[in-house]
Design a protein around this ligand. Sequence first.
Ligand code: FES
Length: 322
Amino acid sequence: MATLHCLPDRQNLPIESTETILEVLQNHEIPVQHVCNGNGECSTCRIVVEAGLERCTPRTRKEEALAKKLDFPPNIRLSCQTGTTGDVTIRRLIIDAEDIAIADRQFDTGIGEYREQSVLVMTLRGGSDFDLSCFPYDALYVLNRFYYMVNRAVTRYQGRLSSALGNKIVVLFDRSQDGRSSALRTALAIANDLQKLDVLLENLGYAPLQLTMGIHHGPLLQVPVGQDSALLGDALGLANRIDAFAADQSINLLISEAVYQPLASETVVARRLEMPLPKYGFLPLYEIAALNTPEPEPELPSLPQRMQSLLQRFRLWPAKRR
Ligand code: FES
């Protein structure tokens, strides 16, 4: 007979090929949540298979549907839908009522994810001087122009505004095929637009804006929090450091080696620098002057999208004439 090694309980339980993991846990009075009574509908009996995934029975249709909906990786299984053909080690995941509440919410938000993304961190420098030296209307006018400009570039290259807090903006690039190239094109477009905006601001008697940007590419953990999500991972910290180093060096835009290498043949490098990193030595960084490849074709809106916008225009027509 096969053995089910159960964590965090540290129990070794015999399991028949006709039994589900949930049945074995219940028979041995191991506390396991099962809100839908083993019908494959709630996911509260979920477990992580730490060893022997290949000796677990394939997902049932119900489990397949739930796993797809919640974005479960292969080793997260529903114990009520899973049997074994040999020794398996599992860990219970839903321990108490709070875990049940979180599992319930995940039907709307998913469980979060860990994947490679490009991160663009930008900081509007001299923000506090700017606040003190301007009347509220002036500050709003200038900041509205600035954020409009940033949003236009981010939208154009399919980035996602992750946070805009104080003078710092974080943008993620995980939608387009090549996040690195999109992040770099966004940063170059913003730098270019900022030059024009600064000319306008000077003509209007405002001080020009100073912006620094850092881009890095690496794995990030995104966990749902309320309507939003929290972002964690070294890649974010490193992009922040690169942005701060750009400010130290009076450079507008720096990218890491991880961003530069795949794009090396497409970039015009103005300077190569090395940023000291505690424990790691020195990190090569690149100041990029331009990209020498043509812009990707903009994606045309789909036919249903165009139909929808056409219908909206007709619906707005009488309102506009009043
Ligand atoms: S007990 Fe509900 S899905 Fe397993």
